[in-house]
Design a protein around this ligand. Structure first.
Ligand code: HGY
Ligand code: MN
Ligand code: MN
Length: 415
């Protein structure tokens, strides 16, 4: 049974965690920032050091490639992402990329000749600092002009980011791969939730990924003197925003079981102690595994915003800035992951993902699957995000085993 080299994997993981590393033990690698670019350069250096082909596509996706013996063979993608949320953890995305690289090196060292090429890929902007799944949507042809017109991070930030790294918006779509050129997609990722740890299970086999929608909401009232303006004549945008935040939670808890919603950012203008806020800008995101529930929740949240605006004498603008559909992952890939974990004597559990992932994009064009490893306390998107190293190595070995099975025939899914 082929296994990864745990020491080589650990050396890579620790070296990567130091790039953009924070004093609290996390990482800060927002898309196209200095740390993110340094991490990507490091990844290509490691690929070259291993004698693998290095490749960067028109959407900035960075890859290490172990070619197949035969020219024109399909490619099995093993991936994740090197970008992070602000002040995030060192495992989210990074583990999947270094494990993918280690799987390629292990196959190369073993001189295995597979009928597929293996490609370890770091997708651009998975976390949505700019767009969300930017690189994997480009690969799958899902990067529509609408998405680029009103992206989550703002159009100006997107254009500035692309310019910073020399990417052309009109060329992003050139990163698209013909589905027939892909043999499948596998991603190792931390669970980012508490289930595996609570159940004492070593490997999660992901059944599906939630859908998610993001909106920018702007309440507009009237700035006013905080001392001389009577309470009954104010048009306080901050009050409307606060009522909305409370109302969002109340609505979802009461009427939308299985869904979640977050107002992750509020900015009041002008923002002084002695001025009643005239403007409130909110970042709203909500998720559900069910598309119909997302539609219903979206309608209810829009109605809530308008109702509160009326109640507080405010205007409200609601702008959609992101939409990711709920996605099921491939049963044949899930079965291959199950067999790989079983061969290693590891316990498994099938579970959905409440986090979004690049697999959500890849699943639209090629059979895709995800391997989860436990997150301590279910914590993620925080510097103290942690997965025991033994679990990381288990996950990397399951990734390798599933890749060898799926990569052992050119058409692993026409059985
Ligand atoms: O937001 C998410 O669920 C993922 O971490 N991008
Ligand atoms: Mn994340
Ligand atoms: Mn992630």
């Amino acid at each position: 049974m082929l296994r990864v080299d745990p020491d080589r994997l650990r050396a890579d993981f620790d070296a990567l965690a130091a790039i953009g590393g924070t004093a609290a033990g996390g990482v800060n690698r927002p898309t196209f920032g200095d740390a993110h670019l340094a991490a990507r350069a490091w990844f290509l250096e490691r690929a070259a050091a291993a004698g693998l082909e290095a490749h960067v596509d028109a959407a900035g996706n960075h890859s290490a490639v172990l070619p197949a013996a035969a020219a024109g063979a399909p490619t099995l993608l093993l991936g994740s992402h090197l970008d992070s949320v602000l002040d995030g953890g060192r495992f989210d995305g990074g583990l999947g990329v270094v494990a993918a690289l280690e799987a390629l090196r292990t196959v190369q060292d073993a001189r295995l000749e597979l009928p597929v090429a293996l490609e370890a890929i770091d997708f651009t902007d998975e976390e949505g600092t700019l767009v969300g799944l930017l690189g994997s949507w480009a690969v799958t042809g899902a990067l529509s002009p609408e998405v680029l017109r009103a992206p989550r991070g703002g159009r100006d930030a997107l254009l500035a980011g692309l310019a910073r790294v020399g990417l052309a918006e009109e060329r992003l779509a050139d990163a698209r791969r013909e589905p027939g050129s892909l043999a499948g997609y596998l991603e190792l990722h931390i669970e980012q939730g508490p289930v595996l740890e609570r159940k004492g299970v070593e490997i999660g086999i992901v059944t599906g990924i939630v859908g998610s929608r993001s909106f920018r909401i702007r309440f507009a009232g009237a700035a006013a003197h905080a001392g001389t303006t009577p309470m009954d004549v104010r048009r306080d945008a901050g009050l409307g925003a606060a009522a909305f935040v409370v109302g969002v939670r109340e609505l979802v808890v009461r009427a939308y079981p299985g869904a979640v919603a977050t107002v992750g950012n509020i900015r009041l203008e002008p923002g002084g102690f002695n001025v009643v806020p005239g403007l409130a800008h909110l970042a709203l995101e909500f998720r559900s595994p069910d598309a119909a529930q997302l539609d219903a929740l979206e309608a209810a949240l829009v109605a809530l915003a308008h109702g509160l605006a009326d109640a507080h004498g405010l205007e409200v603008e609601i702008e959609p800035v992101g939409r990711w559909e709920p996605t099921s992952l491939d049963p044949a890939v899930r079965a291959a992951i199950e067999r790989a974990a079983g061969a290693l004597g590891l316990s498994t559990l099938e579970l959905p993902s409440g986090a979004g992932h690049d697999a959500q994009a890849l699943a639209a064009v090629t059979p895709s699957g995800m391997i989860f490893v436990p997150s301590r306390g279910g914590v993620s998107h925080r510097p103290d995000e942690y997965t025991a190293w033994e679990d990381c190595v288990n996950g990397a070995n399951v990734l390798l085993g599933a890749a060898l099975e799926l990569g052992s025939s050119e058409c692993p899914f026409q059985q």
